[in-house]
Design a protein around this ligand. Structure first.
Ligand SMILES: Cc1ncc(C[n+]2csc(CCOP(=O)(O)OP(=O)(O)O)c2C)c(N)n1
Length: 426
């Protein structure tokens, strides 16, 4: 009923909604001084067996190790050997070289789709390196670094991107939605956030079996607004499941900024508080901080001290994918002004500062990595690229799902063959 003059609530303020709006739009001058970037090395490191409540201050702070002086500081320094640091650097640089080539391949029409992770390499490579090989990875689509960190062959990745006859997934997944059982990398789903409850389920099953494998899931901050996030965390919290939930806060979800997923209210790590589990907010462009935080959470999960929610604070350096043009919705200056720098540049500078690396070695490594990717690409192209017809035969799309093919699908398979005039295999 319409309100009448003189009704009791006539003087009350009109209700209104807040619609988040990003600070900077195309052409705007970017100033990130509103972000609080805590001092490097100043964050306490509770023991991984501590009560979850001890981590709560770390949910709004930010764990940082690599300082402006390029040296490692504070209790979160994982004290890795120079060999290990060089391995992390090489793998992050390989991811970047791979991204550059595959992006170009899409522009050349060799694949329909590609998606880079520029600037976020540490969040996948260094986090995976902190896990055991047996631990199950539940990735989203921007975690190619997890595969690289587990030495999955680049050739297989290119075959999948080309959906060619050597593609192990037989062209049934969108390019980049990998599945790699051999390296304990769960199939990527295009339906965002479904990997989170799956990770909780895996972790619970692992515990029920008395196994020692834990689960580590990755999700974008945008996707963390999905209901699956809650289902996954409540299950993990209630049963103290050995799982790690990595929220990669790269500030953008295609053209929606993080405010639409709740970033204006609190940090993503702070959601851990509501579940009563451990939470860590980490400088995602600091390779050492990422490694240390993930290792802490892995040790915690493996020793039955419960799940951890980690927020990696980072920045999506480029467009969402080859189908996106970020210039129409955000300021190009954002990437240059990003106060946490670039993960590869920072680790390289650290290795140089401790006398374990040089500009010359870095350039030689980049050249070798580019050659390695180029060689894998050349090899993959022998198996076909988009439009060359060297894909798995169409009728095979009806296989591998049912033990016995239902009559209607068999009919569709035959129809596909008739239309393409190809032989139905006996
Ligand atoms: C359930 C679901 N909703 C929407 C989409 C469409 N979609 C694909 S990517 C994307 C943005 C996700 O952003 P974020 O989770 O922040 O990850 P990022 O791309 O930044 O790594 C959206 C909305 C989808 N694939 N699945």
């Amino acid at each position: 009923m319409p309100k009448q003059e003189g009704q009791a609530d006539a003087n009350r303020p009109r209700l209104s909604l807040h619609v988040p709006e990003p600070r900077f739009r195309p052409g705007d001058t970017v100033d990130f001084s509103y972000l609080t970037i805590p001092e490097t090395g100043a964050q306490p490191r509770p023991d991984y067996t501590s009560a979850a409540s001890e981590t709560w201050p770390l949910c709004t702070d930010m764990i940082r190790v690599l300082g402006d002086d390029d040296l490692a500081h504070g209790p979160w320094d994982p004290r890795l050997s120079p060999d290990k640091l060089r391995e992390l650097l090489r793998q992050m640089a390989l991811v970047r070289a791979f991204d550059a080539r595959m992006y170009r391949a899409q522009r050349q029409g060799k694949t329909s789709f590609y998606l880079k992770c520029t600037g976020e390499e540490a969040t996948s490579v260094c986090a995976t390196q902190a896990l055991d090989f047996e631990d199950m990875i539940f990735p989203s689509y921007r975690q190619q670094g997890c595969l690289i960190a587990r030495d999955y062959p680049v050739l297989e990745m290119v075959n999948q991107i080309y959906s060619n006859r050597a593609d192990k997934l037989k062209g049934r997944q969108l390019p980049i939605l990998y599945s790699a059982k051999s390296v304990n990398f769960f199939t990527i789903s295009g339906n965002l956030a479904t990997q989170l409850p799956q990770a909780s389920g895996f972790a619970m099953a692992s515990a029920i079996r008395g196994d020692s494998k834990i689960a580590a899931a990755w999700v974008g901050e945008g996707s963390s607004a999905e209901g699956d996030f809650h289902s996954a965390l409540i299950f993990a919290a209630v049963y103290n499941a050995p799982a790690i939930f990595n929220v990669v806060n790269n500030q953008w979800a295609i053209s929606s900024f993080s405010g639409f997923a709740g970033a204006e209210r609190t940090s993503f790590a702070a959601r851990a508080i509501g579940y009563g589990i451990a939470g860590l907010r980490v400088d995602g462009n600091d390779a050492l901080a990422v490694y240390a935080a993930e290792r802490w959470a892995a040790d915690r999960a493996r020793s039955n001290h419960g799940p951890t929610l980690i927020e990696f604070f980072t920045y999506r350096g480029e467009g969402h994918s080859t189908s996106d043009d970020p210039a129409v919705y955000r300021s190009a200056q954002e990437r240059e002004e990003w106060p946490l720098g670039d993960p590869i540049t920072r680790l390289k500078a650290h290795l140089i500062a401790i006398g374990e690396w040089s500009e010359e070695q870095h350039e030689a490594m980049d050249r070798a990595l580019d050659e390695e990717v180029k060689e894998a690409q050349r090899e993959a192209e022998k198996n076909g690229i988009l439009g060359h017809g060297l894909h798995h035969p169409f009728h095979t799309m009806f296989e591998d799902v049912f033990e016995e093919l239902p009559w209607n699908l068999e009919e569709q398979g035959r129809q596909a063959i008739r239309e393409r005039q190809i032989k139905w295999p006996e």
